[in-house]
Ligand binder design. Structure first.
Ligand SMILES: NC(=O)c1ccc[n+]([C@@H]2O[C@H](COP(=O)([O-])OP(=O)(O)OC[C@H]3O[C@@H](n4cnc5c(N)ncnc54)[C@H](OP(=O)(O)O)[C@@H]3O)[C@@H](O)[C@H]2O)c1
Length: 159
């Protein structure tokens, strides 16, 4: 199974502020939609509660030790390893955040789909440090606008 992280990160590495994403940039979430539709996402309980419902047209695995969400195409598991066990027959699984889940997934991630927002934002949740030397950039697309951003795809360099 391919494990792919997908995240949008500000210039100062912020991904969240008080439980929310601190920007709204029209069009910026298009890549998330395109990549994850029809696929499976693993998401932390806090990020899931922020969205408030399973996203349509994809399977959602919520990570939580305290809550148990279930709905059509949505289940909860209480550890990252259980999520991977459950999904072992999937071709590719997307890690949709937040920081805690990104951190758990980083050692296993083969791809990181990172949207780098070209502006600093105040926040209190950060994308975890990762060693860029372990990855090579295989895709880069800058999108101009009032708040420009760049879509990157990092691929892990095989040992
Ligand atoms: N910019 C982006 O791309 C992006 C994407 C997603 C989220 N965000 C932002 O990130 C912030 C939330 O991130 P966060 O790190 O605070 O929370 P989070 O990762 O969304 O959720 C944390 C919760 O998930 C559960 N969890 C996480 N790892 C687990 C594990 N290995 N095993 C079992 N349960 C696990 C725990 O739930 P229990 O407490 O119930 O046990 C934990 O409290 C929000 O501000 C959100 O807007 C940004």
């Amino acid at each position: 199974m391919i494990i792919s992280i997908i995240a949008a990160v500000s210039k100062n590495n912020v991904i969240g502020r008080d439980g929310k994403i601190p920007w709204h940039i029209p069009g910026e979430q298009k890549r998330f939609r395109e990549l994850t539709t029809g696929k499976t996402i693993i998401i932390g309980r806090k990020s899931f509660e922020e969205i408030g419902r399973p996203l349509p047209d994809r399977k959602t695995v919520v990570l939580s030790k305290t809550k148990n969400y279930s709905a059509e195409n949505c289940i909860t598991v209480d550890s990252f390893s259980k999520a991977l066990e459950l999904l072992e027959n999937e071709k590719e699984v997307f890690i949709a955040g937040g920081a805690e889940v990104y951190k758990a997934a980083l050692p296993y991630a083969e791809y990181i789909y990172l949207t780098a927002i070209d502006r600093c934002f105040e926040g209190n949740v950060y994308f975890p440090d990762f060693n860029k030397d372990d990855f090579t950039v295989i895709y880069e697309q800058r999108v101009e606008g009032p708040i420009p951003y760049t879509y990157y795809t990092y691929k892990r360099i095989s040992a």
